[in-house]
Design a protein around this ligand. Structure first.
Ligand code: SAM
Length: 247
């Protein structure tokens, strides 16, 4: 079966348009990684995108522990691999895997698994498989770090400008809206616009499925997998730290 990549036509815009969000996400992720009790072991970034999380992980945990960046989208991975290759402190320790969360062969004894801005890409069965995999692969005291952002149930999200950036003479904008498309999913519509002197030059529209779940549903699922989920840091960021029961 052909699996469509929702980032095939938008990947070129993602790195500049996620800079703003990562201004608060990177220090928050650093704080959570410093709070993880496990002091050794590889770190995995699931759905690593263009590598903003990978850079934050390597900054937060300097040294030579391996970082495994799992990224299924070829154009996203191209940006990621280029960034890793060009930064000596990343190149020596980051391995980029062309896999998705369900198929990546991950080692055990992980210090942390980071899965930011990607949970909704996982259908419920794959999300549950992620909890089970984390419970099995985390080192004692290790943590899975995810974020949960609205909507957490299938509801409409009005069209909003999510991000913008100027590069050279051109201005880039990302707009998002969502419509319910099932019992536990919405379909996001993303519009990426390129403008010059305020006038539109091009526009790309991408629709993709996004699975939603309430906090209580997630808490129940993760508990069944042997994990404890706690909110962490600024509630606006929706970050959750998951550790193994009993750790
Ligand atoms: C919104 S981007 C977030 C990228 C990065 N984590 C960040 O926060 O900047 C979502 C990423 O998840 C990836 N992704 C989609 N489905 C996935 C899956 N099943 N397993 C792992 N990654 C997936 C996409 O290719 C994309 O790079």
């Amino acid at each position: 079966m052909t699996v469509l990549d929702p980032y095939e036509r938008s990947a070129e815009y993602l790195h500049p348009l996620t800079a703003g969000a990562w201004q608060s996400l990177a220090p928050a992720l650093t704080g959570l990684l410093h709070a993880v009790e496990a002091e050794a072991g590889p770190v995995v970034d699931l759905g690593a995108g263009t590598g903003r999380g990978v850079a934050a992980i390597c900054d937060a945990l300097p040294g030579d522990e391996p970082v495994i960046a799992v990224e299924p989208s070829a154009p996203m991975r191209a940006v990621l691999l280029a960034r890793v290759h060009d930064a000596p402190e990343l190149r020596s320790r980051v391995t980029v895997l062309a896999e998705d969360a369900a198929h990546a062969a991950l080692p055990e004894g992980l210090r942390a698994i980071v899965a930011l801005n990607m949970l909704g890409h996982l259908p419920p069965a794959e999300r549950r498989a992620l909890w089970a995999s984390a419970a099995q692969r985390l080192a004692p005291g290790g943590a899975l770090i995810v974020n949960v952002s609205p909507p957490t149930r299938p509801e409409r999200v009005p069209r909003t400008r999510m991000a913008s950036a100027t590069v050279g003479a051109l201005h880039y904008e990302g707009w998002a809206s969502a419509e319910p498309s099932g019992d536990d999913e919405v379909t996001w519509r993303m519009d990426y616009r390129v403008l010059r002197d305020g006038l539109p030059m091009s526009e790309v529209t991408v629709d993709y499925r996004w699975w939603v779940a309430s906090e209580s549903e997630l808490a129940e699922e993760t508990s069944e997998a042997g994990l404890v989920m706690r909110p962490a840091g600024d509630p606006q960021l929706g970050l959750k730290l998951l550790t193994r029961q009993g750790d």
